[in-house]
Ligand binder design. Sequence first.
Ligand SMILES: [Zn+2]
Length: 335
Amino acid sequence: MRKQQNKASAGAASPLTQKEESMKSYAFGVDIGGTTIKMGLFTTEGNLLDHWEIPTRTEDGGSHILNDIAAAVEKRLKKDGISKLDVEGIGIGVPGPVGPDGTVLGCINLGWDVFNVEKRMYSLTGFRCKAGNDANVAALGEMWQGGGKGHKDIVMVTLGTGVGGGVIIGGKILPGINGAAGEIGHIPMYDDDPEACGCGKHGCLEQYASANGIVRITKRYFEARPDAESSLKSVPSLTSREIFDEARKGDAVALEMVGQVGYLLGKALASIACVVNPEVFVIGGGMSKAGDILIDSIRKEYRRFAFHASRETEFKLAELGNNAGIYGGVRMILE
Ligand SMILES: [Zn+2]
């Protein structure tokens, strides 16, 4: 991680020559999750000074959440002796759709209805606030200080229990009119899947190409072919990790499953490239720990399906892990 201990250089003596004269020294990045809220104190040059978590209180319709964040910011400023006048603002990632003006369009796992997070946060703290969908904000963080550093047009794909994503164009989040741009996991791949995706549709990318998805298609493979020989059949509670481990050892079924995931992701990303033509795909999330075997599989299929001008698009691994959201939050404030 990029946590840096340079509080001394971040104070009043920090050089402002590269920045606008009016730029203040500090900003907060906040990433609201269903159980914890990640918070980070940054310099406006992009150095993470410290990060910590507070619990997400979802009771009472989530009405305590922004108050708790405001209180945590206040407490931190007091502790470090930072003047409110030296804080540029607070950038927040929210686990739900957020419109371009900071209006949350309902957020089920926080208990939130429709309201403007930026205005509410400003009224609580007096600080400028920017809010965005958490996956989009994480993508912005990776563009700024992570796997997409040095690039302005990136597509981030997060392969966890589901498939998430974010599209950054010209250095800015592409939110879409309802904050639903970058919902890569719900790209339709098949139209005849008997099981429904978490979103209610059938045949979404994340039903196959996520950590849960690859386990699901593997189990389905064995149901259809009970005589298939594979070391995976003796694994009591199968996870994506075992599938990638066995694929590395040459297990034919595991290799076929990794190939299927590569095929679906490669094809989906080739479609995305036809629309936004990014410089880099940044691949993150827990399943990306599988590393080269996964990336090589995706890249091979991507090159097969990509339009000729975008065939050489780079694939990089995400670098910021769970801190991508707080980096992206601060980046929104500095734009
Ligand atoms: Zn879906």
